[in-house]
Design a protein. Structure first.
Length: 201
């Protein structure tokens, strides 16, 4: 009986050992998959949090409502073609000379309509527009700070290197709102543009 019992134990060990080894291998593989899933999950959470933080920083620079130049304000078809083409050629030409195109005239002569037509013609070349006004009740559109902020916002929306540099500034400059116009312009426009100039060519 003792011998039979001993043999039975040996046989039982022979049967269980491979299965035990398989289960251990399975457990290890499951543990590896678990860690991989946790890593991906945590990376996704970090990426999501970074995105939200960046959004929160950039939203402070968002253009005021109603400041975008609207297509419905364009010139009537076939009118002002000469001046519209002059502005478009200046905007997209590589040898335009001056970086500022000053379109001026008396009130009511159609400057806003020309600007709307130009914005429409520029298509993908246009990254944003800002319509200033002296009309009472539209204080945000009379504020030069909001214009500077909007320019930075537009550039950050289409250029990743610029956005990266701008976000560095926004994270570090806790008292940006209390700075003067020139200082803010240098921090959120001039300096990031200087660093990322090659990416904008």
């Amino acid at each position: 009986m003792a011998q039979d019992s001993h043999v039975t134990v040996i046989v039982a060990k022979g049967i269980l050992s491979p299965r035990s080894s398989q289960l251990e291998g399975l457990r290890r593989r499951l543990e590896m998959h678990k860690k991989a899933i946790e890593t991906v999950f945590l990376d996704d959470i970090k990426e999501g949090l970074n995105y939200l933080q960046e959004k929160e920083l950039l939203v402070k620079l968002r253009p005021p409502g109603g400041s975008q130049i609207l297509e419905e304000n364009q010139c009537l078809q076939g009118t002002r073609e000469s001046v519209i083409e002059d502005v478009v050629k200046w905007a997209i030409g590589s040898n335009s000379g001056s970086r500022l195109f000053w379109l001026h005239g008396v009130a009511g002569c159609g400057k806003s309509s020309v600007a709307a037509s130009v914005c429409n013609r520029l298509g993908e070349y246009l990254i944003g527009s800002f319509s200033c006004t002296k009309v009472e009740g539209y204080n945000d559109r009379r504020d030069p700070f909001r214009l500077i902020h909007s320019l930075a916002y537009f550039l950050a929306d289409v250029n990743v290197p610029f956005r990266t540099e701008l976000l560095k500034v926004l994270r570090d400059a806790k008292n940006l709102a209390r700075m003067g116009l020139v200082t803010q312009g240098k921090l959120i426009l001039t300096n990031p543009l200087t660093v990322t100039r090659s990416s904008l060519m």
